[in-house]
Design a protein around this ligand. Structure first.
Ligand code: NAG
Ligand code: NAG
Ligand code: NAG
Ligand code: NAG
Ligand code: NAG
Ligand code: NAG
Ligand code: NAG
Ligand code: FE2
Length: 705
């Protein structure tokens, strides 16, 4: 997400080289310990025999192991206990992976003696705690000179090849399911799976890949933040029967397997039966033991746990639209991120798009380049690409590692079908405007959608397409500016194209995408059906609750909305965008605006899509949207009728129910809408034009309704 002090940032970004750009505002808790170009701030080692860190164990046998540390030191709130990995550390080049403050250790301040229970994930290497002074006690800019005064014994890693961080991913083939996991260097990565718990009748051997420091771009990712990812294993479970629970373990014969997990395979190709999906964005990650507490992503733990709890309610996928780990170049965070994601991603595929925190860096081919956003701190999408194997498009291969340190060659956009839904997942961090490869792909993908097989067309991306925000600054980090740029490139396309199997009976649903989900701002905002900034009619609308009021609970039920509904869902864990940052009064298109943590549950069958925005903590639903596709009745004269009194609790500000007869000219359509009759006629007389070569598509798609 953008940083509030963008104006100050602009001033210091005048010289477009990385060294002078610096890190900008410090977003990561470890960033205050490093220099702008990825070096370490000054330190000294002055071990004092009066101080110590004593551990109750010096061997790590599993991820998530607890260590009781007894700390004796000066007793200052600003003292820091940090974990180095690998150990022994080279303090000149390495940053620690996590830390706590003296003030977090019960009894330590001011007595100088306290105990803390750490929970350490498996970093595949030996580790060591150190105690230093000169640390920090707030999340503000500081220039510490650390003075290392005590070291714990080195913790020997006895299980570097323990298989961890499993996460599932759907493929374009519904009979296959991918999984990725991590070890140090285990040979013959294997997944064993079957229909019965404990009985694995099938087995598949996967592949191993990794990235190294030279594959990254610059900055922190190539400096103190670099962390050896070990081996990233990918295996493809194939031949799956649709909508069937599979039990599986992953690992290797040489070093053992994970605990058993299970998932439900995807619906059969063309199935219109109901699917249940979790939608989210911008979660981040946090340490279970309270390390890095100044980091503002602690709520992501509760959200991850709540998503995991949805497995028992039949939810079988999580679509997460960008900004994942917020590692910002501190690459050990990716290990903790997937430990946290595996809470649910070992039970349901985790489908993502890259966000600015995975991708953006000056001169790396990113789409939003002014003023030189450094948000990935030199990851440039390379780490994301290796760890999130999203579906390949026909004829494409996974992009090669970015050996020229630019990231420009990554194609991180894709589409896939899941039951009645076609998901088009584009990448706001790569060029998307007319003339770009991605734009041509978007047109081609839209044209390929058969709305008889997949009646629902849902677009996902990271950055906002519409948003309630008071940030109108005219640079790429300006909220309204970035949204306007995407709309200029794509809104017409998302509202005006034909599908191959166009049926006059389903005109409404065929003429535009149904919904769009994105993040970047850390808040929930849901619009009316919108085109060109204006609410568009539906055949019928029933609203409850108070629309356009921050923090209200609402529902809306729409039959055949005539434009897409936009969902900003960046509220999965990173610090919330506050109401003070938004416009007042709430612009009319934003019917529900809630600055609360959470995610969206979505149930979709052939005719009905229902979203429920869930608040965490509390687990209550604060916005429900029901979209119904029904066959319009025969043509009638234009009518606009007010609703009868609602049976739900009265609300004086509830919007009236408005009914538009099919074929009518609604009162709030944007300028020069295509006529429904023209659209249907054009498609029915010339359906073949929609599957021609790419070069012919822009005209075909944009000039006909
Ligand atoms: C060390 O202490 C922690 C926290 O009390 C405990 O969970 C763990 O089992 C202990 N380890 C050993 C080896 O006793
Ligand atoms: C630490 O790394 C620096 C830079 O690579 C190197 O010059 C130095 O010798 C290393 N120190 C130790 C103790 O290995
Ligand atoms: C799904 O069905 C469509 C149309 O019947 C076909 O074009 C497509 O190749 C199928 N996909 C798979 C993965 O079988
Ligand atoms: C997984 O297997 C399916 C079925 O053979 C195949 O279509 C798909 O391309 C494979 N995916 C990967 C990433 O290997
Ligand atoms: C690296 O990527 C940049 C950005 O697309 C491109 O201009 C350059 O030619 C590439 N360099 C090499 C050696 O491929
Ligand atoms: C929204 O609904 C929840 C759950 O019923 C309730 O606790 C909360 O007070 C409601 N909020 C408002 C503003 O009415
Ligand atoms: C689709 O879901 C809606 C809402 O749950 C339900 O009323 C309807 O009967 C379902 N339609 C089909 C074909 O299952
Ligand atoms: Fe973002």
């Amino acid at each position: 997400m953008r940083w509030i002090v963008a104006a100050a940032l602009v001033a210091c970004l005048a010289v477009p080289t990385y060294a002078s750009i610096g890190n900008g505002p410090q977003e990561h808790p470890l960033e205050k310990f490093t220099t702008a170009d990825g070096g370490m701030k000054s330190f000294a080692v002055n071990l004092n025999p009066a101080y110590s860190i004593v551990l109750n164990s010096t061997t790590q046998t599993t991820t998530g192991q607890y260590f009781l540390a007894t700390i004796t030191g000066p007793g200052a709130a600003t003292d820091v206990v940090a974990l180095y990995a690998p150990a022994p550390a080279n303090y000149t080049t390495q940053i620690f992976v996590k830390y706590i403050l003296g003030s977090q250790i019960p009894g330590y301040v001011p007595s100088g003696k306290g105990q803390y229970v750490f929970q350490n994930i498996n970093y595949r290497v030996d580790t060591q705690f150190v105690l230093f002074t000169g640390g920090v006690n707030t999340n503000t800019l500081q220039t510490p000179n650390y003075n290392i005064i005590a070291q714990s014994p080195i913790i020997t890693n006895a299980a570097p090849n323990q298989p961890v961080q499993g996460h599932l991913m759907a493929t374009t083939d519904p009979s296959a399911m991918l999984i990725q996991w991590v070890t140090k260097n285990a040979p013959t990565p294997t997944v064993k799976y079957g229909l019965t718990s404990g009985q694995y009748t099938k087995s598949t051997v996967g592949t191993t890949a990794t990235y190294n420091i030279n594959n990254l771009c610059s900055g922190i990712a190539q400096g103190t933040g670099y962390f050896d990812p070990g081996s990233i294993h990918t295996a493809n479970m194939t031949g799956l029967t649709p909508v069937t629970r599979y039990y599986y373990i992953y690992g290797s014969d040489a070093f053992g397997y994970s605990p058993e997990n299970s998932f439900v395979s995807a619906p059969a190709n063309g199935s219109l039966a109901e699917v249940k999906i979790i939608m989210s964005a911008d979660n981040g990650q946090a340490y279970m033991d309270g390390s890095n507490e100044v980091r503002d992503e602690k709520p992501s733990i509760a959200v991850s746990q709540a998503i995991a709890a949805e497995v028992k309610n039949g939810y079988t996928m999580n679509v997460h639209n960008g900004d994942l780990a917020y590692a910002d170049g501190f690459l050990a965070d990716w290990d903790n991120y997937y430990e946290q994601m595996s809470l649910f991603a070992q039970s349901m595929p985790f489908m993502t798009v890259p966000g600015n925190h995975e991708r953006d860096f000056p001169n790396s081919g990113d789409a939003f380049i002014n003023p030189g956003s450094t948000d990935s701190r030199g990851e440039c999408g390379v780490v994301y690409n290796q760890r999130q194997r999203m579906p390949q498009q026909p004829g494409w291969d996974y992009p090669a590692l970015n050996t020229n340190a630019s990231g420009a060659n990554l194609r991180l956009y894709y589409s896939f079908e899941y039951g009645p839904i076609h998901f088009l997942q584009y990448d706001s961090e790569s060029p998307f405007a007319p003339g770009s490869i991605q734009y041509e792909w978007i047109l081609r993908d839209l044209a390929s959608v058969d709305r008889k097989r997949t009646p629902w067309l849902i677009v996902g991306v990271h950055r906002m397409f519409y948003c309630d925000s008071s940030d109108y600054s005219s640079n790429d980090n300006g909220d309204q500016y970035m949204a306007a740029r995407q709309r200029a490139a794509l809104e017409a396309v998302f509202n005006q194209y034909k599908a191959r199997a166009l049926s006059p009976l389903l005109y409404h649903s065929l003429s535009h995408i149904d919904a769009m989900f994105y993040g970047h701002e850390h808040i929930y905002e849901r619009t009316c059906p919108v085109k060109n900034g204006v609410c568009q009619p539906s055949d019928s609308v029933v609203n409850t609750g108070t629309l356009n009021v921050q923090g209200a609970n609402t529902t809306t039920t729409l039959t055949n909305p005539s434009a897409p509904i936009y969902f900003l869902i960046g509220n999965a864990g990173r610090a919330l965008t506050t109401y003070s940052f938004l416009e007042t009064p709430v612009p009319v298109i934003y019917q529900n605006v809630n600055s609360v943590y959470g995610y969206v549950r979505m149930r979709v069958n052939a005719t009905t899509l229902i979203t429920e925005a869930v608040a965490i903590p509390g687990n209550y639903v604060f916005d429900t949207v029901t979209i119904i596709k029904s066959t319009p009745t025969t043509s009638a004269a234009p009518t606009t009728t007010l609703a009868p009194a609602s049976t739900t609790p009265p609300s004086t500000t509830s919007a009236p129910v408005t009914t538009f007869a099919p074929g009518s000219t609604p009162s709030v359509l944007s300028p020069s809408p295509p006529s429904k009759a023209d659209a249907i006629t054009a498609a029915l007389t010339d359906p073949a034009t929609l599957v021609g070569d790419i070069a012919s598509l822009p005209g075909t798609l944009l000039n006909k309704g």
